[in-house]
Write a protein that binds this ligand. Structure first.
Ligand code: ADP
Ligand code: MG
Length: 428
């Protein structure tokens, strides 16, 4: 890694992931000024926030130039898919995250599946379609249960797990003929249903260099026992013993290395996070999808586990330089529990005042996701996922106990949380 002096850092985004990134950057001895755009109530209590839309690429570039930023860390997928990193590169500002070409791994599931096929990366059998008739013919040959996916970005809502043929046919028609998911559903992927437990692997990549973060599991469903509607994520923990050291080696050899080599062969200099959503089947590991940024809420457990300064690693990735072979991690486990506004992921109230404990126990943290801050410092709810409460401890059970004790000291009207985050690991 190159010698670097103090670095001004801009974090782009407004969720718990970005708050965790801001906090990690603030801990770095290399960090000069840290700012966020647009940020949220929690970030506003710690750094200067600029109220820009993450889709406004020219405004973000201008902000980075005006503020003499030496590293932009891009949180969400949308600005990546709109080419924020390319636009910053054009004015000489290093940015952590893939360029627009690389971001297609997430912004087009059809692109991603074809990429898997081209480079022999294990995944579910599939077809991609833009027309109804061939899609229905495919369903005839591959009857339900089957999975129908809107190819484009759909904020985690574009996947239909069809149990019956009728549901499958309806999903195809709703996307291709109707307006379900808008332009994101005008191309679809139909794929085989896989069975097993899911896990995520986050990789920080710089061309063919990469460093793996510990395996994690999230909890997408709103209800306890993984029931009810899908959400952005109600909690996560790391590590998961489900990913054994042998499986980790298999993932690196059969998934990560061929992916980075394949991207290079396809002319994509991939930099930033590569987040593999995996199904651990009894026929081996299969990739469900790639995301091209850190997971939310996984970031809130992964970053606190990193003992090393992350800023030089993010900067090296942004510049396409070599990465350290390994990062140092804290021992033990980490958990994050999302405190949501009652009603989420349906409609919910905003603007409720939040009260916090006066002090936090050691090794716990509160990260803000959907909050706003009044001029007098009052923090209010401003989104469905409001806060993330994290805990780190020598064992997952101790981390769970720590985090839930803090959850019970945070109050706002209609606070909702799942009480069973980490249940799979705790019950092994
Ligand atoms: N082929 C599949 N077999 C079984 N479950 C799947 C399959 N594809 C997706 N899923 C389920 O749907 C969820 C969302 O699918 P994913 O491909 O990760 O899309 P996104 O995160 O963009 O919504 C996965 O986490 C998994 O639970
Ligand atoms: Mg997913």
């Amino acid at each position: 890694m190159s010698e670097i002096s103090k670095l001004n850092i801009l974090v782009v985004g407004s969720g718990g992931r970005e708050h965790a990134l801001v906090q990690k950057c603030l801990q770095s001895p290399l960090a000069g000024k840290v700012i966020a755009a647009p940020g949220n109530g929690g970030m506003a209590s710690e750094v200067e926030c600029f109220n820009l839309c993450v889709e406004d690429i020219p405004a973000l570039v201008e902000l980075a130039q005006e503020q003499n930023i030496g590293l932009v860390v891009v949180g969400p997928e949308v600005p990546l898919s709109l080419g924020l990193v390319d636009a910053l590169a054009a004015v000489g500002i290093p940015a952590y995250g893939p360029n627009k070409d690389g971001a297609q791994l997430e912004s087009s599931k059809a692109f991603c599946k074809d990429f898997f096929a081209r480079h022999n990366i294990p995944t579910a059998a599939y077809g991609t379609f833009t027309e109804v008739e061939p899609a229905l013919a495919y369903l005839e040959e591959h009857p339900a249960p089957i999975v129908i996916k809107a190819s484009g970005l759909a904020a985690g809502k574009g996947v239909i797990m069809a149990e019956t043929q009728e549901e499958a046919v309806a999903a195809v028609k709703d996307m291709l003929e109707g307006d379900a998911f808008g332009s994101s559903g005008k191309e679809i992927v139909i794929e085989e249903t896989l069975y097993g437990e899911e896990a995520s692997i986050h990789v920080i990549a710089s061309g063919e260099h990469f460093v793996c973060l510990p395996p994690s599991q999230d909890h997408k469903r709103v209800g306890e026992g993984d029931t009810g509607l899908n959400t952005g994520g109600m909690g996560a923990y790391t590590p998961t013993s489900k990913v054994t050291p042998e499986m980790q080696a298999e993932i690196e050899e059969q998934v990560i290395k061929p992916t980075l080599a394949g991207l290079k062969a396809d002319g994509i200099d991939y930099r930033g996070t590569l987040y593999a959503g995996l199904m651990l089947t009894d026929k081996g590991v299969k990739v469900l999808e790639y995301n091209v940024r850190f997971g939310d809420p996984e970031t809130q457990v992964l970053l606190p586990m990193v003992a090393d300064d992350l800023v030089p690693v993010l900067l090296a990735s942004a510049k396409g330089e070599a990465l350290p072979a390994k990062l140092q991690y804290h021992e033990g486990a980490a958990i994050v529990i999302v405190l949501a506004a009652g009603g989420y992921p349906g409609s919910y109230a905003k603007g409720q005042e939040i009260t916090f404990p006066a002090t936090l126990p050691a090794s716990s943290a509160i990260v803000h996701a959907g909050t706003s801050r009044d001029i007098d410092g009052t923090i209010r709810t401003a989104g469905g996922r409001v806060l993330g409460v994290s805990g780190q401890a020598p064992t997952l059970q101790a981390a769970v106990d720590l985090a839930y004790s803090v959850c019970d000291q945070v109050e706002f009207q209609d606070k909702y949380l799942r009480r069973d985050i980490g249940h799979r690991e705790l019950n092994r």
